[in-house]
Design a protein around this ligand. Structure first.
Ligand SMILES: [Zn+2]
Length: 321
C-alpha cells in the first residue's frame, strides 16, 4: 500500500512541474545530518532518513548542481522535477555522514559555510543546546535574560527550554545575544569543539566535486549590522573560503535567510559587486525563469516517511516565487 501511494505520487510529479517553458527548480536546505538520533535535536534529519531522502531524489527527481541548475533555469531548459541539495553553516557531520550518501546516490550539493567556525568553532545556538544537554536541575531561573523560571526535569523539557532560549536570543542585538549565550554556557562544563568542519574537511568536499558557497564569517543577522560590517562579513567569509579551497565562491546564502527580516535589499544589491553570481534565502517555494537569482527560495523537507515527503515536494512545486 505504501509503495502504491509512493508510485502514484511519483506519477503526479511531472504534472506539478509545469510546462517546459516554465519548469520549476526546487532547492532543498539541510543543516545537520546526525549519525544517530539525538533527544536535543529530535526534528533533525539522521543518517537513515537522509539516505531515503537521497534515494527518492535519485529515483523520481533530477538532482542538479546549483551552477548547472541556474544555467538551465535561465534558458528555460530545466528537466522535469529539477532539484538542488544545499547545506547551511558547515557542520562536520555533512562530511562524515552526508557526503558518503551523496556519493552513493551521485547527488551534487552546495555547502554554504560560515568561515569563522571552521577548525574548532561552535555556533551560539549549539552552545545553548549543548549547555542545556548537561543541565540536570528540575528548573532554571532565566530572569537575567528576561525569561523567568523554565523547566528542565525531563529530556523533552531540556530540549524545549533550550529552543525557547534560542528563539528569544536570535533577534536580539549581537552583544545581548553573546551575553545571554555566555550566561547559559557558564552553567555547563566542557562543550564540544568538533561540531563544525575542519579546513581539511572543506577540501574533502571540493575534492568530491561538491560546491562551496559563502555564508559570512560569523553568521550574523545581516539586517542587525551596519552596512560596512555586513559587507565585511560577506566578503571576508568568501575570501577565507577561496583561500582555503583555491576555487572561486560564486553563491551566497543569507544567514537565517528570511527576506526583509534577516537581510534587506541593501545586502541583495551588494552581492554582484562582491563577485557572487546568485544567492539563496530561506523563503519557501520554487524558482522559475522569472525568479530573482539574488534571493532564490529554498525548502526544508522534514518528513518522516517517503509518501509524505513526495506529497510535500509536489505541494512545494506549486509554490512559485
Ligand atoms: Zn545558517
Amino acid at each position: 500500500m505504501k509503495n502504491l501511494t509512493l508510485s502514484t505520487l511519483a506519477r503526479l510529479l511531472p504534472l506539478a512541474c509545469g510546462r517546459r517553458s516554465a519548469r520549476r527548480l526546487a532547492i532543498l536546505i539541510y543543516h545537520r545530518v546526525l549519525a544517530s538520533g539525538d533527544f536535543m535535536r529530535s526534528d533533525v534529519v539522521d543518517e537513515a532518513r537522509f539516505e531515503w531522502h537521497m534515494e527518492l531524489l535519485r529515483s523520481f527527481f533530477n538532482p542538479l548542481s546549483l551552477a548547472a541548475a541556474l544555467d538551465l533555469l535561465k534558458t528555460g531548459d530545466l528537466p522535469p522535477a529539477s532539484v538542488c541539495v544545499t547545506f547551511d553553516d558547515g557542520y562536520a557531520d555533512n562530511v562524515e555522514v552526508a557526503l558518503p550518501i551523496l556519493k552513493k546516490w551521485d547527488i551534487p550539493a552546495t555547502f554554504f559555510i560560515s568561515s569563522g567556525y571552521l577548525d574548532g568553532g561552535r555556533m551560539w545556538n549549539d552552545t545553548i543546546l549543548e549547555s542545556f544537554r548537561q543541565l540536570e536541575a528540575k528548573d532554571i531561573d532565566l530572569s537575567s535574560i528576561g525569561m523567568g523560571v523554565q523547566p528542565l526535569a525531563t529530556e523533552n523539557a531540556r530540549r524545549d527550554t533550550a529552543q525557547r532560549v534560542i528563539d528569544a536570543l536570535k533577534h536580539r542585538p549581537p552583544e545581548q545575544r553573546s551575553a545571554g549565550t555566555r550566561f547559559i554556557a557558564s552553567m555547563a562544563s566542557e562543550l564540544p569543539d568538533d561540531l563544525m568542519m575542519s579546513g581539511a574537511q572543506v577540501k574533502k568536499l571540493v575534492d568530491a566535486g561538491m560546491e562551496i558557497g559563502g555564508h559570512t564569517v560569523s553568521h550574523p543577522i545581516l539586517a542587525a549590522l551596519d552596512r560596512e560590517e555586513a559587507r565585511r562579513e560577506i566578503l571576508d567569509g568568501k575570501n577565507a573560503l577561496e583561500k582555503l579551497t583555491g576555487k572561486s565562491v560564486s553563491f551566497f546564502a543569507y544567514p537565517n535567510g528570511k527576506p526583509g527580516r534577516d537581510y534587506t535589499d541593501f545586502h541583495r544589491r551588494i552581492l554582484p559587486g562582491l563577485g557572487f553570481k546568485a544567492a539563496v534565502s530561506t523563503h519557501w517555494g520554487v524558482s522559475t525563469v522569472g525568479s530573482d537569482i539574488w534571493q532564490l527560495p529554498r525548502f526544508t523537507p522534514w518528513d518522516k516517511n517517503p509518501a509524505q515527503f513526495m506529497l510535500r515536494m509536489i505541494r512545494n512545486y506549486q509554490d512559485v516565487q
